[in-house]
Design a binder for this molecule. Structure first.
Ligand SMILES: NC(=O)c1ccc[n+]([C@@H]2O[C@H](COP(=O)([O-])OP(=O)(O)OC[C@H]3O[C@@H](n4cnc5c(N)ncnc54)[C@H](O)[C@@H]3O)[C@@H](O)[C@H]2O)c1
Length: 338
């Protein structure tokens, strides 16, 4: 902590991520990893890399077809992947998923949880309010599915992870226990039209910010608890399929799933990354080569300075469209049907 800082030491987090440091994926061998939303998109890409590194990976996803197929395909190559059909917005469903992951793992524990399950829908501005046909009746409740999955689901993941970390860890265990929350750069700059999505992504950040100050939460002699935040810009997945052509026509490059995987693997393997927020930017020469630490801490002005500098130098494009240009007005942000 700098000399002029007025915050007490409890608000200290580790230094910004060192992207030059080599990571050793062998650290993940036999680790037990849960990936919510691991049937598709970013989550599916991370499942593949974790499995290839020798981890036991449990996919908790609501999409039975994609989840089973992804697990089968990786198992056919000799990897260890289990799919459990799970609705992460339901406590009993997600709890069953966690228990199944413990059963599946060689050491009957969970080491890492990556929360990638997510939805995006239109809400309030440009969505729900447009559908209100009459102002003379009492209003219907707006849909909350996005908040249910993206925030309540993550809140459940955090509680379940901490409970089962504590229950299954043994004093002196090597390595830390980690939750990687998937938020978004929309957790730093609001995007118009998707109020529920933005609220959920700011919420994910709030969860992470609260938990990161408790590295000793699992108790004395128990493994250290780490939590990091993964904040992608627009990435090419089914979630963004409907807006990809429009963004590209405006000169906005989308990132690849590989850019996210590079960031997630760094946080998973490097035990010195603790309490950091990682921005995922579209790679230039290689996957993840323009990812950056958001410096979401006291000294980094909660990420604000770092993000605006990267928008100014063109690494991140499209987030300044808070007030969306005409091309994006009325676009349906729901994930494209499979
Ligand atoms: N694609 C992007 O541009 C982008 C940018 C920033 C953040 N993100 C975030 O990354 C995460 C993954 O998004 P993606 O782009 O890979 O989308 P995706 O649609 O490809 O994958 C999302 C996965 O979540 C699963 N899911 C949805 N509801 C669920 C539920 N109730 N229970 C369990 N699983 C459920 C889906 O079945 C799917 O497999 C989301 O949290 C998203 O908000 C995506």
């Amino acid at each position: 902590m700098s000399a002029n800082s007025k915050l007490p030491d409890t608000f200290h987090v580790t230094k910004r991520i060192d992207f030059a440091k080599a990571i050793d994926v062998r650290n993940l061998k036999d680790k037990s990893i849960i990936v919510t939303g691991g049937a598709n998109g970013l989550g599916a890409g991370c499942v593949t890399s974790f499995a290839e590194a020798g981890a036991y990976v449990t996919i908790l996803d609501i999409n039975n077809e994609l989840g089973s197929a992804h697990a089968e395909q990786l198992n056919s190559k000799g990897h260890h992947v289990k799919f459990v059909k799970t609705d992460t917005s339901s406590w009993p469903s997600q709890m069953d998923g966690f228990k199944a992951a413990i059963d599946f793992s060689p050491r009957k524990t969970i080491d890492i949880v990556l929360t990638s399950a997510g939805l995006t829908t239109k809400s309030v501005v440009g969505g729900w309010l447009d559908k209100v046909s009459s102002l003379s009746k009492d209003p219907e409740a707006p849909p909350t599915a996005t908040i249910d999955v993206n925030l309540t689901g993550l809140y459940y993941s955090a509680h379940l992870a901490l409970y089962y970390f504590k229950k299954t860890a043994k004093p002196g265990d090597q390595g830390s226990k980690q939750i990687m929350f998937v938020s978004s750069l929309a957790g730093y700059l609001a995007l118009n039209q998707v109020a529920d999505y933005v609220a959920s992504k700011y919420g994910a950040r709030g969860l992470w910010r609260t938990l990161r100050y408790s590295p000793e939460i699992l108790g004395e002699d128990m493994p250290r608890f780490r939590t990091n935040l993964v904040c992608p810009t627009y990435i090419k997945t089914d979630m963004t399929q409907s807006i990809q052509p429009i963004l590209e026509s405006m000169g906005i490059a989308l990132g690849e799933v590989a850019d996210v995987v590079a960031g997630v693997m760094r946080c998973a393997c490097d035990e010195s990354i603790e309490g950091r927020a990682l921005a995922i930017a579209p790679g230039k020469e290689s996957a993840g080569d323009r990812n950056f630490d958001l410096c979401d801490d006291w000294e980094g002005v909660e990420g604000g300075r770092e993000l605006t500098e990267h928008i100014a130098d063109g690494t991140i494009k499209g987030l300044e469209l808070g007030d969306r240009p005409p091309q994006l007005k009325g676009v349906n942000f729901e994930a494209a049907p499979k």
